[in-house]
Design a protein around this ligand. Structure first.
Ligand SMILES: [Zn+2]
Length: 352
């Protein structure tokens, strides 16, 4: 299937009441692992690349791998998404390359580290939305900041999303999807013990969803960091400190309350690293990269297929035909509720 605009995929997920995993990639094996998991579970999927991934792979490589995936897995709807764009130019270059969705993270300044104010966030996000929607491309914004640092991106400080501010932000920018900060953080070290409602505020999602029923909510930093995967890494020479991620049942509660995109990276990294360590430890005589990249790819496929089933996207690959970016452009012009969509009302249909 050609690359699908993420907005269409999330609209379909909202109709079906499920969430879609957005998995980060840097190389061919990771893309293959995700596509195989999608085929196995018949899932639509978001594949995302951060700035760090684009730089690591040279994003032309990633893009053409994605085109190969589209050709080889014609039954799977997939969106190619830029994770944490740090400014207009980064988003513009992704759109011009062929990404069907971009995130502009205006919660931080362009350095990707310093928290910004709402005025800055609205301005930069609106600029990206205008450019993207004109081309049929989806936009995810962020309000509030997550803890942790991912690929050098992040302030390391967590500020929970203020629901009223979220409403103002969506109305002024017209974003399709909104990343909310509810206490999760990027990276492997999210919580030092199993998270309670005190630290992981699913109730905040409920509140934001009530105020913004037409905006697709996104959970970042949502790997579950399962103990089994940590154990494999540590058993074969790794030195991970004890850590807890976001429990699946909390993500599922989020999905029941408007979360449509769930970002997962750490779980894939742990699966890959554990599998490679195992080969190195058990068969130190091996030196063909395929001997450890193949089990790494299989381990990643396994954890992703599990997430696809848990998020509910499994079985939904054949529900719809891909819209072209040109068709999406018309959708934004008319608006999902006939009002101009992402212009003034956040798609709620009421002009301000
Ligand atoms: Zn993130």
């Amino acid at each position: 299937m050609p690359l699908v605009p993420m907005r269409q995929m999330l609209d379909e997920a909202a109709k079906g009441g499920y969430g879609v995993g957005a998995f980060n990639v840097n190389n061919m094996e990771q893309i293959q692992a995700i596509m195989e998991a999608a085929r196995e579970t018949k899932s639509p999927v978001v594949i995302q690349a951060s700035r760090g991934a684009r730089k690591y792979s040279n994003d032309k490589f990633l893009y053409h791998l994605m085109l190969a995936a589209a050709e080889l897995y014609p039954e799977i709807p997939m969106a190619l998404h830029l994770d944490h764009g740090n400014g207009f130019d980064t988003c513009k270059s992704a759109i011009e390359l062929g990404f069907t969705s971009v995130m502009i993270d205006g919660s931080l300044l362009e350095d990707g580290k310093t928290p910004s104010d709402l005025k800055y966030n609205v301005e930069v996000t609106k600029k990206v939305v205008d450019f993207a929607h004109e081309r049929g491309v989806t936009v995810e914004g962020e309000i509030g900041t997550l803890g942790g640092v991912e690929d050098g991106h992040g302030s390391g400080v967590s500020h929970l999303t203020d629901p009223q501010q979220a409403v103002e932000f969506v109305q002024k920018t017209g974003v399709d999807a909104l990343a909310v900060a509810i206490g999760t953080s990027h990276g492997a070290y999210k919580f030092t013990s199993a998270p309670t409602e005190e630290v992981l505020k699913i109730s905040l999602i409920r509140k934001i969803h009530e105020l913004l029923p037409a905006t697709h909510l996104v959970m970042h930093g949502s790997s579950s960091v399962p103990k089994e995967l940590q154990d494999v890494v540590n058993k074969f020479g790794g030195k991970l400190k004890p850590t807890w991620g976001v429990p699946i049942k909390e993500i599922q509660e989020g999905i029941r309350n408007g979360v449509r995109k769930i970002n997962v990276d750490t779980d894939s990294r742990l699966a890959v690293t554990g599998a490679i360590r195992k080969v190195f430890a058990e068969t130190p005589d091996k030196f063909d990269p395929r001997d450890y990249l193949k089990p790494a790819r299989e381990a990643m496929q396994k954890v992703i297929a599990e997430r696809m089933t848990q998020f509910g996207q499994a079985g939904h690959a054949a529900d719809y035909k891909a819209m072209s970016l040109e068709e999406m452009r018309g959708y934004y012009k008319k608006g999902p509720s006939g009002c101009g969509g992402g212009c003034c009302c956040g798609g709620k249909g009421k002009k301000k």
